[in-house]
Design a protein around this ligand. Sequence first.
Ligand code: NAP
Length: 486
Amino acid sequence: MNNAFVIFGATGDLTHRKLMPAFYNLAHEGNIPENFAIVAVGRRDYDTEKYARLVKESIARHSRFSLKEDIWERLKERIRYFRFNFLHDDYCRLAEYLREIDAEAQTGGNRIYYLAVAPEHFATIVANLKKKCLRTNGGHSRCMIEKPFGSDLRTAKELNDQITAVFSEKNIFRIDHYLGKEMFQNIMAIRFANAIFEPLLNRDHVEQVQILSAETRGVGARGHYYDNAGEIRDMIQSHLLQLISLIAMERPAEFSDQEIRDEKVKVLRALRRYSPDEVARYVVRGQYGVGDDALAYRDEVNVDKNSPTETFVAMKLFIENDRWRGVPFYLRSGKRMPVKATEIIIEFKNAAYRGINAKNNILVIKIQPEEGVFLRFNAKEIGARHNIIPVKMDFCQNCEIGFNSPEAYEKLLLDAMRGEATLFARWDEVEAAWEFVDTIREAWKNDVPPFPNYRPGAWGPAEAERIVAADGKKWLVLQGGENEDL
Ligand SMILES: NC(=O)c1ccc[n+]([C@@H]2O[C@H](COP(=O)([O-])OP(=O)(O)OC[C@H]3O[C@@H](n4cnc5c(N)ncnc54)[C@H](OP(=O)(O)O)[C@@H]3O)[C@@H](O)[C@H]2O)c1
């Protein structure tokens, strides 16, 4: 746990909005170790006092706990600002400074380098961290790296080669911050700690699985990044394929970081890779146009006026293994949707009972904004006749007033300090996810649909209906409450 935590990009948005508030929340809960220092690396002409003033403002604005002076003062004592241009300055000067910090904070030469910088700088920084002067006597050297990890399989491989030339796999912590979310972690608990769910999650009992990730917002200030990424790379390659691997994986022999990730990667490898014809059949993309009070995607800041980038994807996936063969997995992810919701909806097969056509059981794992579990099952309607009606149980763990879920980054920072890698993407997971996504993007290359093709507030283009309608199904959504099917 004792670490010098070195943040490259310490004056950036991520550090101010997520990392520093997360460190404050950890401090609030007594989770900052005794021997610990944050070295904030930035090129701006600040000193530690000035930097700390700005960090304090960010914490006051973004932390889930209100700022308490005594907690802040103790955290502030651990923060040092180091003025350094990571493209031009001499890394031996940084090394010298880190040695001083090691001695002062008694961090035992343990270092975590956090790359909170634009992806084009990842390789340069990592290559420089290889310098002899940065070696310590003893202590670990870890690297936390933000998403996106490459922009396709080729670039991801290049980046991975550069990083693994300096850090071993066990010291690389590839962040997919969704994995730090409370309900992401809860998926394994719900599945494997309940005898009433796990034995049923397979082709014998499951009719279909739907995964929804809907945002009401548009691309906002992220146009520069998003226009080069699109929904499939920004959301599906990382967060949603992680979600699928967690809901579909086998029970690991042990719940260790290696074995959990061994099972997850098997799911990603079992995803059917589509031919171009299958992409046309099973994948639909969309881009939002202008709305009553919303800009069209192409009019957003830093977005190309003729952008071919998708802001919505709907698809059917097949997991070709013994557990899931034949069970359709449907996925929808998009911006400017009617509701904000991330959830996994599992519909079970029909259970015949006295010739009555009862509704299928539904299990929903709600990831956000509500965190919880919804279950629909059948019971006899009160009365003399033998009618069967669906009844519902809805558990929401963050709906209670005063409940305050930890932010994803709190968990991730703490785990990296402990060397616990379960909630970070291993290289083979990243690789398999890119392989899947690249085949789709390859098929899209020469053919852009007539964008824009949906209005803000719609569930994507009308064509998305055909993905489920072809199997006689409908898209389902629980949160937002508009769906009478649930
Ligand atoms: N922001 C988020 O919520 C978020 C979410 C998920 C992933 N990410 C990823 O996190 C990374 C950082 O994102 P961000 O939004 O924080 O970006 P950002 O606000 O643009 O911050 C970039 C940081 O890099 C610094 N920098 C650039 N060139 C430098 C140099 N030569 N020497 C020293 N410092 C230099 C900038 O310093 P100046 O302040 O001096 O320009 C700034 O501190 C990106 O990879 C992004 O994709 C961000």
